[in-house]
Design a protein around this ligand. Structure first.
Ligand code: HEM
Length: 412
């Protein structure tokens, strides 16, 4: 049986056949957790979680996500692996994704007050500019890496604009994102607990430096708004500020990177769809939604049951871990016609790539803007693109990630 809980499983791709089997088995199944190795200066330890309910059907995922008082994001956080200590849980809870009402609504309001559609709309020209420059650069190179030269670069450049950072510092965002999101990947985080904590310290020091600059000389960017924002009449505490800053760095970096890389790969694997898009750019809006469904860059988020419940006919006990598999919900045969077919013209597409409910993604406008700019620039060239080997995937049970996707252009 394929272990959907193990990060290493995903090195070979998302196990869609196994998720289909789990859907056929009733949409809610108990999954035992494997022992994961963690390193620190004290040595090596194997950490095994309690096991969890894998929620793999679309209506069931929606049901859980829309009942936050029964399925908490704060009780043990929203990540699959339990926080190791109470202190770790307290730290985690400073992050928006790991909050419940009323704190969640309070902080989310602050975020939405800075992260407005107007603020994002103001970025549109620079996003398109970055995408056009990157397209020009990779098209001129005989060989390139889709991930490191293109898919990773666009969100990093956009983030430097958003956060008022010099472009040269984007490698820091790349490294921090890889270390935190790729914690389980041997090449990135490597399960090194101390390196993980060091990344927080380093990123927070950087963020506080930027905050001090923005307080001294405010500009008209999101960073300055955030640096000077108030919550209940008080400036944000340093920790609150840093946690929000880091959430943007992580959420706005890996997710869009994997969407772009996964989309380019999907188009290379589906030449008829790729050519249809190149021939008719008016397909872009449905194409972006279909690629979001197809790739589902964030495969799951976790909740904890606050009371005994029944879900999909299964008895869930208070305290149980409940994992929302967006990646499986997005292939649910009850909701999507022919779900394993990439259909860039798919008209009815209620995918859950951005989640649903009170934690619905705050970066949807930005992610769609970046994907649209990238794909519209690349589409006319993609018929000449050939993926080379080796394609290297990330060992992660959280993001559907590709680390390296070498490519070359055919002449002509
Ligand atoms: C393709 C790109 C993206 C995908 C697939 C994605 C996916 C998600 C998902 C699934 C959640 C729900 C979390 C949960 O269920 O607990 C979420 C939340 C969030 N996302 Fe995104 N995201 C993307 C891009 C972005 C970007 C570009 C930003 C900002 C720069 C962003 C900021 C956030 C924030 C702040 C939350 C937390 C919302 C809350 O807890 O209330 N995301 N995202």
């Amino acid at each position: 049986m394929i272990d959907v809980a193990h990060p290493a499983t995903y090195a070979d791709g998302v196990p869609h056949a196994e998720f289909r089997r789990l859907r056929e088995a009733g949409n809610v199944s108990w999954v035992p957790e494997p022992a994961l190795i963690r390193h620190s200066s004290a040595g090596q330890t194997a950490v095994r979680g309690t096991g969890y309910w894998a929620v793999v059907g679309h209506p069931e995922v929606v049901e859980v996500a829309r009942l936050p008082e029964a399925y908490s994001s704060a009780a043990k956080g929203a990540f699959l692996v339990d926080p190791r200590t109470k202190a770790d849980l307290r730290t985690a809870r400073q992050l928006l994704v790991n909050m419940d009402a009323p704190e969640h609504a309070r902080i989310r309001k602050l975020v939405t007050s800075v992260f407005t559609p107007k603020a994002i709309g103001g970025l549109a020209d620079s996003v398109r500019g970055h995408a056009a420059n990157l397209v020009e650069k990779v098209v001129a190179a005989p060989e390139f890496d889709v991930v490191t030269d293109f898919a990773a670069e666009l969100p990093l450049l956009v983030l430097t604009d958003l956060l008022g950072m010099p472009k040269e510092d984007r490698h820091l965002l790349y490294r921090w994102g890889n270390q935190l999101v790729g914690f389980d990947d041997p090449e990135y985080g490597g399960g090194d607990v101390e390196a993980y904590r060091r990344t927080f310290v380093e990123a927070f020091q950087y963020a506080l430096g930027k905050r001090a600059e923005a307080v001294r000389s405010p500009r008209d960017d999101l960073m300055s708004k955030l640096a000077n924002a108030e919550l209940d009449g008080h400036p944000l505490a340093d920790r609150e500020f840093c946690q929000f800053w880091l959430l943007l760095v992580v959420a706005g970096n890996e997710t869009t990177r994997h969407l772009l890389a996964g989309s380019i790969r999907a188009l290379a694997d589906h030449p008829a769809q790729r050519d249809a898009l190149a021939a008719d750019p008016s397909m872009l809006p449905t194409a972006v939604e279909e690629l979001l469904r197809w790739v589902t860059p964030i495969m799951q988020f976790r909740r904890t049951a606050t009371r005994d419940l029944v879900l999909g006919g299964r008895k869930i006990a208070a305290g149980d871990k409940v994992v929302l598999y967006y990646t499986s919900a997005n292939r649910d045969e009850r909701v999507f016609t022919d779900p394993d077919r990439l259909d860039l013209a798919r008209a009815v597409n209620p995918h859950l790539a951005f989640g649903i409910g009170p934690h619905f993604c705050l970066g949807t406008h930005l992610a769609r803007l970046e994907a649209t700019a990238a794909l519209s620039g690349l589409a006319p060239h993609l018929h000449r693109l050939r993926i080379a080997e080796p394609v290297v995937r990330m060992e992660s049970n959280f993001v559907n990630g590709i680390k390296s996707l070498p490519a070359r252009w055919l002449a002509g």
